[in-house]
Design a protein around this ligand. Sequence first.
Ligand code: NAP
Length: 304
Amino acid sequence: MYDCLIIGAGPAGLTAAIYARRANKKVLVLESTTYGGQIINTLDIENYPAESKISGIDLAKKMYEQARSLGADFEFEKAVEIVDNGETKLVKTEDDEYEAKTVIIATGTETRKLGLENEDKLTGRGVSYCATCDGNFYKGKTVAVAGGGSSALYEASYLSDIVKKLYLIHRRSEFRGEEKLVHELEKKANVEFVLGANITKIIGEKKLEKIEITSEKDVKTLDVDGLFVAIGREPKNDFLKGLKLDDSGYVAASEDCKTNIAGVFVAGDNRVKQTRQIVTATADGAVAATAAIKYLNGGYYATH
Ligand code: NAP
């Protein structure tokens, strides 16, 4: 029986593990892929205090090693269901099941898809959701990036140094992401903005060949070797019956990270919040673990 079972080994989950272990609670962290969450796809992080520039992988490794050295257990298994048995919770994974007195859900968000035919079939065959992972395959080639937020601008900026030609396709005429990046991209000779346009078809048999673009003016096709989709992320919080979510699927919990179910807490990007950054995820990890410790101690938790 674990005191605290944490689902997700991103910055929120790893910080929760550090706090819970420092309170001497028995901790298990479940992670479906690798530790670090979405930061492992970020080349350089420059907005995490005390680290003026660090790669996402290095920052994740530091957090993971800290949690491990404090004695948190890790299992790399995908959690699929949480059963609320009152004083204990049963967490089922694809391979096993674990019992705990408290659960912290720190599952973050998943990449949003365009939802087009062929998108899944051609993922890994031209369609990608991560420039730092797959960009190198497109050296000297033509690619498109879809999206108008910071992620799309960062992906485009990274890829523009690798590819021959890049189309940045956004459905509105204004970007949501950082203006500084937009200006930098405007100056690049190999970058073309396609604004006010939606990608309406992904075309290719064995690999991506073309995309169809539809705007108010016309419908056209572009020959591309790669399509990088960077249109935001979505939460996945459907594994606990009765867990209160908002209309977009985020866990309805405020700054105290408590959910509507006793003994179940939430930390990080998958809860309702204004700002989703690494530093706000780690802050949530500390708050959720502190709340879990207080719950385990029957309401008492000494703050220092
Ligand atoms: P985002 O800010 O939500 O932007 C998503 C973009 O995709 C928007 O431009 C949106 O268009 C577009 N979009 C959404 N659904 C679409 C669809 N079905 N078809 C076509 N376009 C669609 O997401 P994000 O860029 O991933 O950023 C998420 C958060 O992470 C933000 O708070 C951002 O600041 C932060 N972030 C920070 C850094 C950093 O600090 N280094 C890097 C990346 C991201 P509309 O504009 O029309 O809605």
